[in-house]
Design a protein around this ligand. Structure first.
Ligand SMILES: [Zn+2]
Ligand SMILES: [Zn+2]
Length: 173
């Protein structure tokens, strides 16, 4: 996912890149890419400085944190990158503003791979859910409560409540 920097014109450039799932290494993602990643970029060039507004979209397969089943999630993430030539100006961490990512090019190429990867990884949910109201697995018998019902909840008093009841009883004695 390389950009040919000298080929960009001064001012606004529009680019569209497509990267296959296998060539975009998403090492940090707790899921798996199921499609190509389509990246659209608007690049404002001023000398060696590039301000890039991008959008990456595709499909990732994740495991639901409640029912542990894999499911596909479409994603579309936007990102903003400020890019300067190596050595021209070294921004300190505290100069980074908000969500803007800071990158460097060498005057020849800019590799968008790490930037796109980070944007996708950062946008991934901490606790993926196959659907908002996923009912998860029964903690007693393990059935998927989206597909079946079981009578465990009715039979077993919740261990936390019985512990609390015991504490209350001890406290009152
Ligand atoms: Zn689920
Ligand atoms: Zn059960």
């Amino acid at each position: 996912m390389k950009i040919d920097v000298p080929a960009l014109k001064e001012g606004e450039n529009s680019l569209e890149l497509r990267e296959s799932a296998s060539s975009l290494d998403l090492g940090g993602l707790p899921g798996e890419l199921k499609s190509d990643v389509l990246v659209t970029l608007t690049i404002h060039k001023r000398g060696d400085e590039l301000v890039i507004l991008g959008k990456a979209s595709g499909v990732v397969s994740e495991e639901c944190s409640r029912c542990l089943r894999p499911y596909d999630r479409k994603f579309s993430v936007e990102f903003e990158v400020f890019c300067d030539k190596i050595g021209a100006h070294k921004p300190r961490a505290d100069e980074e503003q908000g969500e803007t990512y800071v990158a460097h090019h060498d005057g020849k190429t800019l590799d968008m791979g790490p930037i796109v990867r980070e944007a996708i990884v950062l946008s991934s949910p901490m606790q993926p859910l196959c659907r908002e109201d996923c009912r998860g697995l029964c903690p007693v018998c393990g059935v998927n409560l989206n597909e079946q019902t079981c009578s465990c909840a009715a039979k077993q008093p919740d261990a936390r409540w019985s512990a609390l009841a015991k504490l209350k009883k001890e406290g009152s004695e």
